[in-house]
Structure formats: C-alpha cells, structure tokens
Design a protein around this ligand. Structure first.
Ligand code: S3P
Length: 445
C-alpha cells in the first residue's frame, strides 16, 4: 500500500518538445465496473486492457473475498467467474479499498443487495471521505450499517438487505458513484429501481449493465439530467469487456503536449464517451489543437485516437453544468489555465472538496507555490493566466495521484523546476506515468 511506503519525491524540469505515440492505461471507472459486474454475473467474464493500478487491484481482491473467482491471465487480461446477483458470501476479513472511493462505494451498493455482512475500510485519505451519501439510499433499500457511529466515515460494517426494496431515488449531488451504488443494489430488488439525476454523470454502469444482459434504460430529465430505470433480478451473464484508454489519465500527457513548445503527441484508443470529455471541449475552447481520429466502439463505449500539438491557449469560463463530465480533470485544466493568456474561471466545483483530497484548496496551493495568481471564490476557481509559469515550488500531494501528476506536468514547461513531495499515489491510477512521460521526452529527476 502506498501509505505504508516511504515518500518518493520527484522533480519535473523544463523539457524539449514532447514527441511520440502512447496508449495510457485502461479506464479506471470501467475497470472497477468490469470486475464488479463480472462478480455479479453467472459464467465467465473476460476483461482485456484492465487498469492494473492499486485502486482496481483492491476491487479485484474485494470481489475475490466476496466469493467470485478472479484471475490474471496476462498483461491487463483478467477473468472473473461470478456468483450471480445476490450470491456474495460474507468476507472473512475487512475489505480494504485503499485510496479508492469508487471501488468502495460501488462495492457497498453490490453488497447492500446481498444478505451478507462486510466491513469496508481504506487508507487515511478514503477514511476522511463522506460515505453518508451512499448509505442514505442503501438504507432506504434495506441495508443496515452497524458500528458506524455518527461520523459517516470508514471503517464501517454493512449488513446487506435480505429483501431489498426497489425505489426511485433522486441523487442529491451529480455523482456516478451514488447512482451506481443504487443501481447495483437494485439488481437484487424485485421490480423497478429508478435513479434520477439533475445533471448527467458518467453512464458506464448503465452501459455495462446492458452489455451484461440487464434490462436498463436511460432518458433525458430536465435540461441536463437523466432518469435511469433498471428492472430488478436479472440474470447477468458473463461477458467480454475491452477497456479503452482512460481519458482522465490521457489528460496528463495531453496538457503536457499543449504547454511544452513544439510538442506533437498522439494518444491511442482514448475513450470519448461524451460524459467524460468536458476537458477536451474546454481545452478546444481555449485554443488547443486536439485532432480526433475516427471513432470506433468496443463494449458499448466509443474511443478515438487524439493527436495533440502545442498550442497558444487563452482563458475561458467553464460553466458549472460541465463539471460532471470533467470532474477529475480540473487540476490539470488549472495547469493549462496558468499557461494560457487571460483569466480562466471554473465554476461550480464544490464536489472537488470531497475527492482524494480537498482538490479546490490543493489546486490553488499547487499554483500559488509556483508563482501563479489564483483565487477561490465560493465554489469557483479563478486562475490568472500569464502565458508562462515561474515554477520553483514544492507541491504537497496529500495522498492524491492527480495532484502529483498535474504538478509534474506543470514543471515540464515552467521557468524553474517543480517538485512534488510524493509520487507513490500515482500508482493508484497510472502506474506507468513516469516512464511513459519520459518516453515522450519529459525531464523528471
Ligand atoms: C467515478 C465517479 C466520480 C469520479 C471518480 C470516478 C466513477 O466520482 O470523481 O474518480 O467511476 O463512478 P463521483 O461520482 O462521486 O462524482
């Protein structure tokens, strides 16, 4: 586990043009879901391109502990023999999800629909994150929390529902994790479970449930929302899942290529599900050259090749309704904004406060210590872009992989080097980040 190993700092220096073609690792959201749905299905699920980062490996271990047979058969190639909906067994030991909110919250949903008892735990970062948002709907469906106290924080023990109750649930915040937890619990409930979200969040759970044979539909609700309807107690059957490259990981070499002069980088097989591509839209509005190749589809998800060339960027306003489609990308967008000319105002970022760290504060600190003028105003982040970044700062990563990678990207084009205090958590989502960036020409020392 990264939190038990000594800190490994790293410095990023101004680099010559980044060049080359890479495929970043498999999408984290889809990797978690492939393992969980594989565990809930009857028969064999074959996954290719699975992200072998610590977050996903913890989900694999949890599914194994709940009774599924999970096996690695090659690089990124995994098979899961599931137990069927409602078929989990109580694990012998607490399930440790490490740094991963997604793994933990989705597994809570899946456990809530089985008549078993499981204890959930995680690292110091995950232990600080709010779980009430997941427990509220799961309790309405019949699950019970034992030994939680008032905190709504891990560790906690969940008693799954013997007879889960189908329901209609309106998510209080746009969160694919809440939506997915309810849908996964709803699999065991007789009748229809409906989730209504005011702003559409990533729909990988819905798409993958359809792929595994569930009866599920999604329609528009209001201006930006969705209403998702799931027929309970389906027979999920094992399926083949090809995991496309993670757009949230692609974001790092992509922004690096935009800010390091004369760069020309091609990113292969990047997932282009429109509920994940808010960053690409925003960067294009800022003047970024991102050329998208022909789209193709695998396992219900679209993907394409992206060619990115260094670009002169200008500040923009990013509207709040775009946040769900780029919620994990604001850190690296803030880096691009610092290199742009003019002010970038990112609106409606409240949810950033409850990620792996308080990313609103952490992003502002990351920029400030490197000489960028930045302000938090309510839930907005305002970055004053001057076309260049002085650098020279030491960035605190707060057990957050995306802070570490964003700061290192910034250092590739800033005046003085940028140092991060710890790179260990990069392994949660992008274990190959440092060598892959070096192959493109990044100067890390
Ligand atoms: C994820 C959903 C998002 C995102 C996280 C992955 C998912 O969280 O931040 O990294 O796979 O469902 P929320 O749903 O809480 O916004």
């Amino acid at each position: 586990m990264p939190h038990s190993t000594p800190k490994s700092p790293l410095e990023a220096r101004r680099s010559a043009a980044l060049q080359g073609r890479v495929r970043v690792p498999g999408d984290k959201s889809i990797s978690h879901r492939a393992l969980i749905l594989g565990a809930l299905a009857v028969g064999k699920t074959r996954i290719s391109g699975l992200l072998e980062g610590e977050d996903v490996l913890n989900t694999a271990k949890a599914m194994q502990a709940l009774g599924a047979r999970v096996e690695r058969t090659g690089e990124g190639a995994w098979t899961v023999e599931g137990v069927g909906v409602g078929g989990f067994k109580s694990p012998d030991a607490p399930l440790d999800f490490g740094n991963s909110g997604t793994g933990c919250r989705l597994a809570m949903g899946a456990v809530a629909g089985s008549p078993i008892v499981a204890t959930f735990d995680g690292d110091a970062s995950l232990r600080k994150r709010p779980m009430r948002r997941i427990l509220d709907p799961l309790e309405l469906m019949g699950a019970r929390i034992t030994g939680e106290g008032d905190s709504g924080r891990l560790p906690m023990t969940l008693q799954g529902a013997r007879d889960p109750i189908p329901m209609t649930y309106k998510t209080p915040v746009p969160s694919a994790q809440i939506k997915s937890a309810v849908l996964l619990a709803g699999l065991s409930a007789p009748g229809v479970t409906t989730v209504i979200e005011a702003e559409a969040s990533r729909d990988h759970t819905e798409l993958m449930l359809g792929h595994f044979g569930a009866e599920i539909s999604s329609e528009k609700e209001g201006a930006h929302g969705r209403r998702i309807t799931l027929q309970g107690q389906p027979e999920l059957h094992g399926a083949d899942v090809a995991v496309p490259a993670d757009p949230s990981s692609a974001a790092f070499p992509l922004v690096a290529a935009l800010i390091v002069p004369d760069s020309d980088v091609t990113l292969e097989d990047v997932m282009t599900n429109p509920l994940r591509t808010g960053l690409f839209t925003t960067l294009r509005e800022m003047g970024a050259s991102i050329e998208e190749g022909a789209a193709r589809k695998d396992t219900a998800e679209p993907m394409a090749q992206l060619r990115v060339r260094a670009s002169k960027l200008r500040g923009v306003t990013v509207p709040p309704e775009r946040a769900p489609s780029m919620i994990d990308e604001y850190l690296v967008l803030a880096v691009a904004a610092a290199f742009a000319e003019g002010v970038t105002r990112m609106q409606g970022l409240k949810e950033l406060r409850v990620k792996e760290s308080d990313r609103l504060e952490a992003t502002a600190d990351m920029l400030r210590v490197n000489g960028v003028k930045v302000e938090i105003s309510g839930d907005d982040l305002i970055v004053e872009g001057k076309g260049h970044v002085p650098g020279g700062g030491l960035v605190a990563t707060h057990m957050d992989h995306r802070i570490a990678m964003s700061a290192l990207v910034m250092g590739l084009a800033s005046g003085k080097p940028v140092k991060v205090d710890d790179t260990a958590f990069i392994a949660t989502s992008f274990p190959d980040f440092v060598p892959m960036m070096r192959r493109l020409g990044a100067g890390f020392a």
